[in-house]
Design a protein around this ligand. Structure first.
Ligand SMILES: *Cc1c(COP(=O)(O)O)cnc(C)c1O
Length: 428
């Protein structure tokens, strides 16, 4: 286990050298707290693990994990590129300083308007379907237009069935046995297909499925290269690198992982005589998953048929437990080292019975007014937050060298209803 728990002499949990209880006193709860140093370290750890073995390597941060502008700026400074899955993500990447050549758009079920916008930005388009290829062909002058394709290599993996994005049940990508055909079609239309891409799923801690997908994609790339006569500029293996959420889970040994994946990559390049294309991966969760805590205050203790610890946020603030039955480790932040004595359920404040952050959690004796730290809330946490139950989304602060700065203000009630319109005839 590497949940990176830091506890100070006051028995309080710290993040980035800052006392979480002091943060709640200053900013209130619920509060997302992000540790900048950890983002930088995570990025460098992956980067080094791969570049050591293959220097022409790039990280495309999958920004759907967290599009906070400050976090985007940190990644821009680090030299990251961006995996964008929607026009909005392309927009915010450009706004936060990523040049178009550092952004790859991988959409699915993309409309003509969206495609037009992406084309105008000059961002590279990674095509998900033949339909999308044909739409693009009608919209642009294909001659010399560089594209890539997302391939479904029949390998899928992930922490929950909703996040498996390869294999026979997946809606993503082009079937592997149609890859050659699609590249030939693209060339016949005049396009310049320069890349091949896959993304098999998310939350992968076991390197085996990823290795299998790497092997498979390289075989597909090799066949495409020779049969459709393509000279690949890049091969993109997608994201999916997992982090441990539960104390029993092991970390992904990233140095070995980088070594093994680049070894497969290089040997397949050799085998098929594919030259030296750039190697890309698209981690989201691995870069930002463990950089944040969600701090929430206990406001109600209820001894019902079970013992419920009621807190001041719900699945509108953190959806993963309700959506994927995900585990997030929870600590009583102001009683960090106290002996765990009771099993409790942690309940949110949304009016739905599925709104629970954890069942049967062994915690020290919790009282109203205590602060809970919900761990590993950097990825797919704020970016999936909603205003359901008409609750404003919370504040977010960034910690650097023990100092905290607000990187997102909490919403007001007015914010919730800003874009709604009452027709004249219904006005009061
Ligand atoms: C979501 C996504 C990723 C990132 O997945 P992680 O599990 O966060 O690493 C990468 N590539 C594409 C195309 C995605 O949709």
């Amino acid at each position: 286990m590497d949940l990176n728990l830091k506890i100070n002499e006051k028995n309080h949990v710290e993040i980035g050298g800052t006392d979480t209880i002091e943060l709640t006193e200053k900013y209130g709860t619920p509060l997302y707290v992000v540790d900048e140093e950890r983002i930088r370290n995570n990025y460098k750890r992956v980067f080094n693990a791969f570049t050591k073995h293959y220097p022409d390597f790039k990280i495309f941060y999958a920004c759907k994990a967290n599009t906070n502008l400050a976090i985007m700026r940190i990644l821009e400074e680090l030299g990251s590129c961006i995996d964008a899955v929607s026009p909005g993500e392309v927009y915010i990447s450009l706004k936060t300083g990523f040049s178009p050549d550092r952004i790859l758009f991988t959409g699915n079920n993309v409309t003509n308007e969206e495609l037009k916008y992406i084309d105008e930005t000059g961002v590279r388009i990674n095509i998900d379907s033949v339909s999308q290829l044909k739409k693009l062909a009608k919209m642009v002058v294909p001659e010399g237009y560089k594209v890539s394709f997302r391939i479904n290599p029949m390998v899928g993996a992930g922490h929950h069935k909703h996040v498996i994005t390869g294999g026979k049940m997946s809606k993503f990508g082009i079937k592997e046995n149609e890859a050659v055909e699609v590249y030939k079609t693209a060339k016949n239309l005049g396009f310049d297909p320069v890349g091949i891409h896959t993304h098999i799923g998310s939350g992968i801690l076991d390197p085996e499925p990823f290795k299998l997908a790497t092997n498979t994609l390289m075989d597909i790339a090799g066949i495409v290269a020779s049969e459709a006569d393509i000279d690949f500029e890049f091969i993109d293996f997608g994201g999916g690198l997992g982090i441990p959420y539960e104390p029993e889970e092991n970390i992904l040994a990233i140095d070995e992982f980088g070594e093994e994946i680049t070894r497969i990559f290089k040997s397949k390049l050799n085998e098929y005589g594919m030259g030296k294309p750039s190697m890309y991966i698209e981690p989201g969760r691995y870069i930002v998953g463990d950089v944040s805590y969600l701090l929430t205050t206990v406001n109600t203790i209820k001894n019902s048929y079970r013992k419920f610890i009621g807190v001041d946020c719900g699945f509108n603030t953190l959806l993963r437990p309700a959506m994927y039955e995900s585990y997030h480790h929870i600590i009583v932040a102001n009683k960090a080292k106290d002996k765990a004595t009771e099993k409790v359920d942690i309940a949110g404040n949304v009016c739905e019975s599925g709104d629970l952050f954890g069942r049967d959690r062994l915690l020290p004796k919790v009282e109203e007014g205590d602060t809970l730290a919900i761990m590993n809330t950097g990825a797919y946490a704020f970016s999936m937050a909603s205003q359901y139950n008409s609750r404003p989304r919370p504040r977010e602060v960034l910690i650097k060298n023990g100092n905290s700065e607000i990187i997102r203000e909490k919403e007001t009630y007015e914010d919730l209803f800003r874009n709604q319109i009452i027709p004249k005839r219904l006005e009061q």
